[in-house]
Design a protein around this ligand. Structure first.
Ligand code: VAH
Length: 324
């Protein structure tokens, strides 16, 4: 369980996951104990006004060391990364940020005796030769994006730092994440967030993936629960030290559009696949997360229709609040 006197650092706190995870951590540990850090400044008022914020470039080891000696962190959540689609536009920078950023955090955690580190992996570690249905925890992995290659390498390094130095670093292979509070940043699954925004604006949606592109996806409340359940599980229950497969549902653009049409019958979708189609086609269509279920009791709460209902209710509420 959470030791509420811990100080916690969230790097990448302004991102789609980071902005919501920071708020959940502040509820658990107290606003003042959770430091939000990012290279950009927070847009969300609650994130900006509820606790400490530090402008941090994860490639700057001096700033990281100064922060660690100032706050004496017990936990670090390192979420900053260049995602799949953006990474293909600038491969060398994506590799540098994703890998050097991870090394800086792992080494800082060792030097500063940080008790627990969280680092997100992704289904992007799998590739064209990976079995696409019910993808196993251990299997062939031949990622063909820089993002996926960096996540595969990162998983190996996390396991190395655990086995060689005893660093308690934990990780999840997230599917596509969908939430209403923050926009995603440059991923191949971003369409599944954008579609809801278009629907509540009364607009039709042009999808950059083809209609039957099945991908593993997860609603943000489930992703937050999985992350915090993993980080609060007793160390001896964590049997996987590269990264746990994690799953909730799989759907295609055609199916998510049909789910939206149950609430907004006039909503229409068209398809115009772009370069992200090739990335999506290299990823699994469904994931076997039985290891996470057995080791620390993982169980998702949201399916597609439950997510759609919650997304539309909350996006409409946000739109009304912004209109005031
Ligand atoms: C991406 N949203 O699309 C991320 C994620 C499984 C996808 O890793 O790059």
């Amino acid at each position: 369980m959470a030791n509420t006197s811990d100080t916690v650092l969230v790097i990448g706190a302004c991102g789609q996951l980071g902005s919501e995870l920071t708020m959940e951590l502040r509820k658990m540990y107290g606003d003042a104990n959770v430091v939000a850090a990012d290279i950009s400044t927070p847009k969300q008022a609650d994130l900006r006004d509820s606790g400490p914020f530090e402008k941090v470039d994860v490639l700057d080891t001096n700033v990281l060391a100064e922060l660690a000696s100032k706050y004496k962190f017990k936990q670090i959540y390192h979420l900053a990364a260049v995602l799949s689609a953006t990474g293909e536009k600038n491969p060398k920078f994506a590799w540098k940020l994703n890998m050097d950023g991870l090394f800086n955090v792992l080494d800082l955690a060792l030097e500063q005796k940080v008790e627990r580190v969280y680092w997100p992996s992704s289904i992007a570690v799998f590739g064209p030769s990976t079995p696409r249905q019910n993808t196993p925890q251990q299997t062939v992995m031949d990622p063909n994006t820089v993002y996926g290659i960096s996540k595969q390498a990162g998983e190996r390094w996390c396991e190395y730092y655990f086995q060689k130095y005893g660093l308690d670093v934990r990780s999840l292979r997230y599917p596509g994440l969908i939430g209403y509070k923050a926009l995603p940043g440059g991923g191949t699954t971003d369409y599944a967030v954008d579609i809801y925004h278009k629907a509540i604006e009364g607009e039709n949606f042009e999808c950059f993936l083809s209609e039957n592109t099945y991908l593993p996806m997860m609603y943000m409340p489930d992703a937050l629960k999985a992350t915090l359940d993993l980080m609060h599980a007793p160390a001896e229950s964590i049997k996987v030290r590269d990264s746990y497969n994690l799953s909730a549902m799989s759907f295609s653009p055609k199916e998510i559009a049909a789910s939206i049409k149950k609430h907004i019958p006039e909503f229409e979708i068209t398809y115009k696949p772009d370069s992200r189609q090739k990335i999506a086609d290299s990823w699994p269509q469904s994931i076997d997360d039985s290891a996470a279920q057995q080791d620390w009791g993982w169980k998702p709460a949201f399916d597609l229709d439950a997510m759609t209902e919650d997304m539309l209710v909350n996006l409409k509420k946000m739109k009304q609040e912004q209109a005031v």
